[in-house]
Design a protein around this ligand. Sequence first.
Ligand SMILES: [Zn+2]
Length: 265
Amino acid sequence: MLLATLLLTVFNAGQGRIVDMTFPDEAGVKSMQVVWNDKKIPVVRNGSKWETIVGIDVDAKPGDREAAVEVTFADGHTDRRSVTFKIEAVKFPTTELKVDDQYVQLSPANQSRAAREAKELDQIYAKITPEILWTKPFATPVTGQTKGSNFGHRRVFNGQPRAPHAGSDLKASTGTPIHATNRGRVVLAKNLFFTGNTVVIDHGLGIYTIYAHLSRIDVKMAEVVDVNQVIGLAGATGRVTGPHLHWATRIQGARVDPFSLLSIE
Ligand SMILES: [Zn+2]
């Protein structure tokens, strides 16, 4: 049977959600990758299946968008098959705020620090580790908190639209233990201007999780952490009005609701 007949060709996705792609194994297949948004996303063999996770950015244009699955066989030839992502618009709340300009404008020193840190983070998120580092289903980082708030929330300050809120805010008082959502490697563990004490974990396949505003960081760079391991304590560091956990994920650079990870089997 031809692999083409077995491949699903249409995948439904919402803005800020994941596409969980699974393909059956077939004799002679050596490797697979999904090509989406100029990114090459590895598809990995998992038992009798091939699978990968693709992130759909919160600002992705709704509608039918084309992606490709490249299948390379042991004899060296590659088949390129077209698939469609049906991207549905998600309604996110918008808040218009009028505030004193001094709260919108950063000092030149803070502005250059924030810009430097944004660049550093973009370089981290651009890297796609070509293997699955996670071992179990993803778990919420705050025990008992199975949902958060504010993902995708758009704020307009004095008529100037800001980037949508790219994470989810979880209730957590200062000192609450924060757990790694899954196994992975620590790729950032330090203080940043906006997000305060911040930990970023690489789970493989371009999936990163971010934990912000911590009062204490308990992990080191390059450390491999296990699912549910305590990585620090909640707090109110960085630009915040009170203690909480800002939890976020970047998937191949796309800003995705981190609670989407909990649906991965
Ligand atoms: Zn937040």
